[in-house]
Design a protein around this ligand. Sequence first.
Ligand code: 13P
Ligand code: SF4
Length: 315
Amino acid sequence: MDDKKLIREIKRLKKEKNAILLAHYYQVPEIQDLADFVGDSLGLSQQAAGIRAGIIVFAGVHFMAETAKILSPDSKVLLPDPEAGCSLADSCPPKEFAAFREKYPDHVVVSYINCSAAIKAMSDVICTSSNAVQIVNSFPAGQPIIFAPDKNLGGYVNQVTGRDMVLWNGTCEVHDILSAEEVIRLKWDHPDAKVIAHPECKAQILALADFVGSTTALLQFTMKDTAQTYIVATETGILHQMRKASPQKEFIIVPADRTCSCNDCPYMKLNTVEKLYLCLKNERPEITLSGELIQKARRPIERMLEISTKVRISQ
Ligand code: 13P
Ligand code: SF4
């Protein structure tokens, strides 16, 4: 089947099965354009929390589909490619993390949503890149905190909040290899451009950025800001929405080095239009989790959703 026919079939199946398609900004443009909602991790969780039943097709990676299942356990949650994992989530195995946590009994655990359901179940509260500062600041200033699994985001939050959180040593393989030297070179070539960066990037890149934020925050910044050119330090998928929203502006992606374009997340890009079609048609691969794990992992995610609308909570 050619792509046009596949897209027609996906639209037909979606309607026939009353399925909701949620897509992350790092998906290929064709999938983003088919989605009922495209967003960052927080926006996608908020959407999933509002769905009561039926079919959710999650065009993203495994931990995102898992989160949707936790928030909407009566829905059938499908992921087009079951191999769509995440290096950051994989960098934090539950057994090792449990031992790490035991070394800090007086610490609360704030976990970035890019982790497995088992890690979520061991956490006090979850955060995303768009609310990490707000979530951490919801704890009293003297509260000791473990932040997992992203040491780059954790380091950034430490810097913004003045905290000294204990950081798990994990990184995103896509953001962590982007090159600060390339940012400097691009700034030299485009002196009027603004640098915008996702907080999963290394501190050297964040120090060069005019704006740091989640994928949604980066997109919104480029829509409101007056610059004409942006040097973008994140995954390539977001450029689709940036170009759609501001066709007159120029967006230059920061590479890992001059020979490679490694900014495509190899896990996000495992989902293809064809796999999306097959997933809708066959209603699999399906995400399944035990009732016990859903219950344990749900509380810290709900706590995040509550805090995201409040300013402060008491411990
Ligand atoms: P956000 O969706 O919070 O911007 O995070 C990006 C990411 O790496 C998702 O895996
Ligand atoms: Fe994981 Fe990084 Fe891919 Fe996001 S971009 S899914 S953090 S590997």
